[in-house]
Design a protein around this ligand. Structure first.
Ligand SMILES: [Zn+2]
Length: 297
C-alpha cells in the first residue's frame, strides 16, 4: 500500500532532484497536502489530483507515477506546467490504512469509531471529520441523489460548502494557480465523467476533450445524473474550465483495490496529463484547424 509517509518520501525525492514541490494546504488534522510541479512556469497550468476518497489511495501512487513519467521524459514537448496533487485527503488515507491509532484527539477518535461502527477503516472514503470531500464543493451542493446529511464513511456533504479544510485548501490553491484544465483520479470503474450543466461552446469544447481522453484511455464517457458538489463540478461551474473525473481500475475488482492493477492503470493513463494540457493550450492558441485527433496521438 502507498501511504502518507511514502508520499512524503517521494516528495523529498522530487525535491532532491531539483523539482519544485510544495504544499497545497492543510488537512483537518493539520497534515500537509503536498504537490509536485513539472513543466514550464508560463501561466498555462493543469492540476492533476488523486486520493480525494480515502480508500482510493492507489490513485495517489498513480499520480506520483504520472509526475515521474513526465520528469523522466522531459524531452517530450510540454506546453505549460502541471501541478500534481497525489493525496488530497491524507487524513482519510491514514485512517483507511492505519485505523484510528494515529488520531491524537481522544474525542475525535471515539467519534470516528462510532461513525465507522468497527475498527477496520479500509473501506472509508471521507476525511477525518466524516465529510466526503467530493460532495463538499460549492456546485449544486447538497442536491445530489446520494448525498448524506450526517457524518459518515462516505456521502456526507458537510455543514456547508467548503466546510472541510481539504476542500478549502484545494479551492484556494486552484484559484491561485488558475488552471486551464483539471483531472481528478478516482477508483473504480474505468469511466469518465465530464458533464456539469455546460451550455453552448463550453459543452462542445468539454465534450471534445472528453472524447479525446476516452480514445486515449479506452474508458467510455458516462452521463451521471444527480451527482453534484465534486471538484470537477466546481471547476466546470465556477471556473468555467474543462474538468474531468477519471475512474480508473476495472470494476470486477473489489475495494480494497489490488495494487497489482497499477501497471494496467498506468499504461492506460501514463501520458494523458501532458497530451491533454498540450491539446488545451494549442487549441487556445488557435491551432484548431489541426484537429484534435491529430494532436492527441
Ligand atoms: Zn472517488
Amino acid at each position: 500500500m502507498f501511504g502518507y509517509k511514502d508520499l512524503l518520501n517521494e516528495m523529498e525525492m522530487f525535491c532532491s532532484h531539483g523539482i519544485e514541490t510544495g504544499v497545497v494546504g492543510e488537512s483537518e488534522l493539520k497534515q500537509h497536502i503536498p504537490y509536485v510541479f513539472v513543466g514550464k512556469k508560463n501561466g498555462d497550468y493543469m492540476i492533476v489530483q488523486g486520493a480525494m476518497h480515502a480508500r482510493e489511495h492507489l490513485t495517489a501512487l498513480l499520480v506520483v507515477c504520472l509526475a515521474k513519467h513526465l520528469v523522466k521524459n522531459s524531452s517530450l514537448p510540454l506546453e505549460g506546467g502541471i501541478y500534481f496533487v497525489p493525496m488530497t485527503n491524507p487524513d482519510g488515507v491514514r485512517l483507511c490504512q492505519e485505523g484510528v491509532g494515529f488520531v491524537a484527539d481522544k474525542k475525535r477518535k471515539s467519534n470516528l469509531l462510532k461513525i465507522n461502527g468497527k475498527t477496520d477503516f479500509s473501506l472509508w472514503k471521507a476525511n477525518a471529520d466524516g465529510v466526503d470531500l467530493n460532495v463538499n464543493f460549492d456546485a449544486h451542493w447538497g442536491e445530489g441523489v446520494q448525498n448524506g446529511y450526517f457524518k459518515s464513511a462516505c456521502n456526507y456533504v458537510g455543514r456547508e460548502p467548503f466546510s472541510a479544510s481539504e476542500t478549502r485548501a484545494l479551492r484556494d490553491f486552484t484559484l491561485r494557480i488558475k488552471p486551464l484544465v483539471t483531472l481528478s483520479y478516482h477508483l473504480k470503474g474505468e469511466e469518465i465523467y465530464w458533464e456539469f450543466h455546460q451550455k453552448s461552446h463550453r459543452l462542445y469544447r468539454d465534450r471534445r476533450y472528453a472524447e479525446a481522453i476516452s480514445r486515449y484511455t479506452g474508458y467510455p464517457l458516462v452521463h451521471l445524473e444527480g451527482s453534484v458538489g465534486g471538484y470537477k463540478d466546481w471547476c466546470v461551474e465556477k471556473l468555467k474550465i474543462p474538468a474531468y473525473t477519471i475512474e480508473v481500475g476495472n470494476d470486477k475488482f473489489e475495494h480494497p483495490f489490488p495494487y497489482d492493477q497499477l501497471s494496467v492503470i498506468l499504461q492506460q493513463n501514463v501520458d494523458l496529463p501532458r497530451r491533454l494540457l498540450n491539446t488545451v493550450v494549442r487549441d487556445r492558441e488557435g491551432l484548431k484547424n489541426l484537429g484534435i485527433e491529430d494532436i492527441f496521438r
